[in-house]
Design a protein around this ligand. Sequence first.
Ligand SMILES: Cc1ncc(COP(=O)(O)O)c(C=O)c1O
Length: 369
Amino acid sequence: MNVPFLNLSAQYETIKNELLPEVEKVLVNGHYVLGKNVEELENEVATLCNVKYGIGVNSGSDALTLALKAIGIQAGDEVITTPFTYIAPAESIYQMGAKIVFCDIDSKTFNIDPREVAKKITQNTRAIIPVHLFGQASAIDELMSIANKTNIKIVEDCAQAIGATYKGKPVGSYGIIGCISFYPTKNLGAAGDGGMVVSNDPEVAKILRMLRVHGISKRYHHDLHGYNSRLDELQAAILRVKIKHLQRWNERRAKIAKRYTLGLSKLPLECPYIAPENKHVFHVYAILTDRRDELLEFLSRHNIPTIIYYPKPLHLQKVYEDMGWKEGDFPIAESISKRILPLPMYPELTDEQVDYVIETIRSFFNISD
Ligand SMILES: Cc1ncc(COP(=O)(O)O)c(C=O)c1O
């Protein structure tokens, strides 16, 4: 049996009949950027996130950059984030000319550890970017209580977690801004790049709307230093079809996760931990094992290719060589990056495929029923 690590065309096949007429309508209509579909999608995503405003942008990375710009982050400011994630949040801090302050992660959720965050607060700290990694919310209450004491803003990176909740409320509704990615592999993925910022703050929303179109207040009147970060109608039309399926897809992901955990539970490895306050949407299902590289090789020989997220924490990346971080600075992030192994995870996986992955891992550890 073959189990592709991802299979976006399988999802396309399931919704092709709904999707193609919507794509055609956009092409015929001739309004291709920031139109009715983008507006409707903004409302739909805002509703999903239980916030007042959604502002469509070009990518999840842009969402973060515009978010930091909108809350006034600038040179000399410090922004705290995690070293165990995709590079986008760290990049957005750098782009503001601000200082990236990493802190170590929780060994069970892989999210930023509030106790470590507290140690990194200085008088220059202006914001915290918790990343809700792999589809599970960070410890938001603890982070909010640190931030509220010192008037620090929280910008949630929800790129991997659309639909996830913390204490029953959606991620993206806690911080001043939530940042979403519609990169094709995400739980709600476009057929290209796309992203959104969500917020309850009318002033912030107004600034974000200006920033995404070169800082304009009205056509050819530029009041702010802005960007070109517009979301196009084709992506929005596709996302509007897909958003109707998101809850069902996320539920299927959770079922697959349960099946993996049940099948793998007696093996010498760790399955994902779900914090009691969280609804996890399993963008990624990752196990931890000391024999990670051997197992990865074994799975690949059995037609189960996998990709490591993340093989190298951000503080050890070449691009940050001159920042002074070194091996040992964030021991938990470093240890997880050596032991983590994501398994295939998408709603279209069949139970047979999931069982094949489980059996293959069991045979690697030489365990049979
Ligand atoms: C945690 C996280 N933040 C931000 C991004 C950036 O999103 P995009 O690829 O849409 O720019 C990604 C992923 O791609 C991500 O995984």
